[in-house]
Design a binder for this molecule. Structure first.
Ligand code: PXG
Length: 292
């Protein structure tokens, strides 16, 4: 059975899932998106992802033609059509079809695209061994320019950082902000642990308020760990006892080496592993259920 893609209310075969070359999502990266997962027929934190999508769209003054309930129904409908129990869901809203100029007023109707597919994950062995990452020259978008809280279709900032990591032989990169403080990774947030305290950069550092990040903060609070949103330097990261990344795709992944400096014992830390276990439990328990 061919994969069905939702485009503007219709479910079409993957081979027919096409949009106009005049769509400003393509011409200018003018649009917003979310990456969401479902686990055994439970969509994890769907409401939170939908809220973030609508906030991104609001800032860009994109009027999404569905309300939030209708959007949730559209996501579920697409998952069911594809009989996917465990899925990666990519939800996009583009500015829509306009002309070759920038003027968004020429784009009358935003387009909604929902792609549900199986997820490509980091190999299991990386969760056991931990990731080695580096800092890259490309800094994170300035909040005063293209605000990192807006998950826009223009991801060039992160893609450049990813290219720099890959060119150097690494899979993920730490992006600093314009002041040289740690912001986040290309598609993940970063945490460190020292003396039973959990640290992660605040939003003001150019950090996306990740939904996985929020879940991990809640788990840490329940585990009676002290959690501090704090400015972090590379020195802080190098001298942490544990480090890990969080994101919808990666979940919680240990980091064992940064810029050639071993982190702690250079293997996944105890607290990190506990948080990963806790996270997996939550994904099996919470979420919006659908029949599959
Ligand atoms: N920071 C950035 C810049 C992101 O794009 C996260 C953090 C984590 O946020 P969530 O809400 O997922 O915990 C993201 C996540 C991918 C992929 O395939 C991930 C993201 C975007 C595009 C692709 O790993 N966003």
């Amino acid at each position: 059975m061919s994969l069905k893609i939702y485009i503007d209310g219709k479910l079409v075969d993957k081979k027919d899932a096409k949009i106009s070359v005049f769509d400003h999502g393509l011409l200018y990266g003018d649009g917003v998106f979310e990456g969401i997962r479902s686990y055994n027929c439970l969509v994890f934190k769907l409401t939170e992802h939908i809220d973030r999508l609508y906030e991104s769209a609001h800032t860009l003054m994109i009027n999404i033609p569905l309300n939030k309930d209708q959007m949730i129904k559209a996501v579920i409908k697409t998952l069911k059509a594809n009989k996917l129990k465990d899925a990666y869901i990519r939800l996009l809203v583009t500015r829509g079809v306009g002309d070759l100029g920038l003027d968004p007023r020429k784009c009358k109707t935003p387009s909604i695209i929902i792609i549900t597919d199986t997820i490509v994950l980091y190999p299991e062995k990386l969760y056991k061994q931990g990731l080695e990452i580096i800092t890259v020259p490309t800094i994170r978008n300035l909040p005063e320019a293209s605000n990192p809280q807006v998950k826009s279709l223009n991801y060039l900032n992160n893609i450049l950082a990813k290219i720099e990591a890959v060119n150097a032989g690494y899979q993920e990169a730490i992006m600093l902000n314009s002041l040289g403080y740690v912001a986040e990774c290309t598609g993940d947030n970063i945490f460190i642990i020292k003396n039973n305290r959990l640290y992660t950069p605040p939003e003001s550092m150019g950090t996306l308020r990740g939904i996985t990040r929020d879940v991990v903060i809640e788990l840490a609070k329940k585990a009676k760990l002290t959690i501090q949103e704090q400015i972090l330097t590379r020195h802080d990261i190098f001298n942490a006892q544990e480090a890990f990344l969080t994101g919808t795709a990666a979940e919680v992944i240990p980091v064992v080496c940064v810029d050639g400096r071993k982190i702690g014992l250079a293997k996944p830390g105890k607290i990190t592993c506990k948080l990963l276990e806790g996270f997996k439990r939550v994904t099996r328990r919470d979420g919006i259920k659908y029949k599959c």
